[in-house]
Write a protein that binds this ligand. Structure first.
Ligand code: WQD
Length: 335
């Protein structure tokens, strides 16, 4: 199983799950957004030697060498840039990496007749939804260049499979991934200032950041803060294997699933749960709204529950406890 971006946050957890389920993942990563020592830590967790290649997805020539070297049953394509704010500043970087990477991977999928393809999509394709929870049929849109790349990549895949029906593609629309592996050895390690809530919380608790700013408490929600569907990364990793196994037995060649818990939590609830779980009082203040934020989103998960026979099992408390464990580990490691 070829895993692009396999050293990244969701990719690395998926590599662990694949190994646990008896697959042999082959990681493609250029480590632009991950540290090379992740490989060693993956080895520690799984007790296996990890096969990896330091190659960018756009490097078709070297990638072709990898495809030629192993029988590839499926590709899970994680490698992409993902920071919403940065994408507004540098849209071309996002077009080049997200469209370019996907295009060259699909060329090789076609050439080597790889039968299964799983794509990392995002609930960002629902934009600011009018009706919640969102189903896979909810209208798609975008409100950043990053969101635009996810929406267009989905369409690229749709048109590609129409021309190449031996490939079965699954689009997984992730909600908000949180948490870390229970070992605390892999997790989300942002490059510089975190963009996402939970790494910001754990870095604040670790003293890396002075305080957390809650981006607005005047939304029309029960406590005034935004609501998201926070899904444990280990559950999310398992959804990828479920998607691959489903595709192997399916006749459909394009499938789309929401991968979330189906439950929404507010920013203040996340802070409160962190404080309860760790016993640490988190310094935070209420600030203005963040541009581009939507008030509320969470998934309708009926389709993924029924078709993939998958559901989220881990709690937000478990996500917070493992994230905190990872934060402490990585602080020590980077000292
Ligand atoms: C969550 C909530 C913030 C930081 C993410 C990804 C995006 C896409 C969709 C992947 C919001 C609030 C945050 C802080 C805060 N997923 N917050 N203070 O905005 O849902 O977007 O999911 O493809 O790429 O970024 O997630 O973690 O940034 O924010 O109050 O310091 O936390 O306003 O309500 P978001 P997030």
């Amino acid at each position: 199983m070829l895993v692009t971006g396999g050293a990244g946050y969701i990719g690395s957890h998926t590599v662990v799950t694949l190994i646990e389920k008896g697959y042999t993942p082959i990681i493609i990563d250029d480590f632009r957004n991950a540290n090379q020592d992740v490989i060693e830590r993956l080895s520690k967790i799984t007790g296996e030697e990890i096969i990896y290649f330091n190659v960018a997805c756009q490097d078709s020539f070297r990638l072709k060498g990898v495809f030629g070297q192993f029988p590839i049953e499926g590709v899970i394509h994680f490698a992409a840039d993902k920071a919403v704010g940065e994408s507004v500043e540098k849209p071309l970087k996002y077009f080049e990496n997200n469209f370019g990477g996907l295009t060259s991977i699909l060329e090789l999928v076609q050439e080597f007749e790889v039968k299964n393809f799983v794509f990392s999509s995002s609930c960002t394709v629902y934009g600011d939804p009018e009706v919640i929870p969102v189903t896979e049929e909810s209208p798609v849109s975008y409100n950043s260049p990053y969101g635009f790349t996810k929406k267009v990549c989905e369409e690229m895949i749709e048109q590609f499979v129409a021309s190449c029906p031996i490939v079965k593609a699954t689009l997984l629309r992730y909600f908000n991934p949180v948490g870390a592996h229970e070992s605390g050895l892999i997790g989300e390690e942002p490059d510089g200032k975190p963009n996402n809530l939970l790494p910001f919380i754990t870095q604040t608790a670790a003293g890396v950041r002075k305080e957390l700013t809650v981006f607005g408490d005047d939304y029309d929600t029960p406590d005034g803060t935004c609501i998201r569907d926070y899904i444990h990364v280990v559950d999310l990793a398992e959804a990828h294997v479920a998607a691959l196994e489903n595709a192997m037995n399916s006749t459909e060649n394009l499938m789309v699933f929401n991968v979330g818990t189906g439950k929404g939590s507010s920013v203040l609830e996340m802070i409160k749960t962190f404080e309860e779980e760790t016993g640490i009082e988190l310094p935070y203040k209420i600030g203005p709204r963040r541009e581009g934020d939507i008030k509320e989103i969470y998934a309708n998960t009926d389709k993924v529950n029924q078709t993939l026979n998958w559901e989220s099992r881990k709690t937000i408390n478990e996500a917070i406890a493992t994230s905190w464990k990872f934060e402490k580990y990585i602080r020590e490691l980077r000292k």
